[in-house]
Design a protein around this ligand. Structure first.
Ligand code: S3P
Length: 172
């Protein structure tokens, strides 16, 4: 079984993925952690000198590696993974169990503002207004890709346990 969780930064993909994998007694893979381990560098270091394009190529290659070689897992993607290189098409080819973890931009902004300095895409945003504005627009653009997942789980209004139950009830 291949279960794939996607959604915006800070929505809780890794926390939920880890708990879900434990419940199902299958492997949990966090794509960011997988890339960091294979490259021997942090995600922030891989973004250095605005090297986002080279990061996106690596991200797609490691995604393919996981989809091709691992048989049963819960995989949490990076927030941008679905939005590049036809990755959603690829993901949906490999699995019917694709879940968009959804939350509002207000909820995500609150969560992300305090940790923006460790996030390469958010570091440059200084003030809360500017920050919220960026998240609102960015989330709006990215949702076009996120909604290509087979299921949407609203994580903002429910506990992790309820999110897990909802996912378990929809597995194919
Ligand atoms: C990114 C999200 C990050 C990480 C990288 C880029 C994005 O992952 O892959 O910093 O483009 O949204 P998380 O969503 O796990 O924070």
């Amino acid at each position: 079984m291949k279960i794939i969780l996607l959604g915006y930064m800070g929505v809780g993909k890794s926390t939920l993925g880890n708990a879900l994998a434990k419940e199902l007694e299958i492997n949990f893979i966090d794509l960011d952690a997988y890339i960091e381990q294979k490259e021997g560098k942090s995600i922030s270091d891989l973004f250095v000198n605005k090297a986002e394009i080279s990061f996106r190529k690596k991200e797609t290659n490691y995604l393919k590696q996981i989809l091709n070689h691992e048989s049963s897992f819960v995989l949490s993607l990076g927030g941008g993974t679905p939005c590049y290189a036809n990755n959603m098409e690829l993901i949906n080819k490999y699995s019917k169990n694709t879940f968009y973890l959804k939350a509002s931009f207000q909820f995500l902004s609150k969560r992300l503002y305090n940790e923006k300095n460790v996030r390469p895409l958010l570091q440059h945003l200084k003030h809360l207004d500017e920050f919220e504005d960026f998240i609102r627009k960015h989330l709006f653009e990215r949702q076009n890709y996120y909604f290509l997942a087979n299921f949407t789980i609203n994580v903002e209004t429910q506990s992790i346990e309820n999110n897990i139950t909802q996912i378990l009830n929809q597995l194919n």
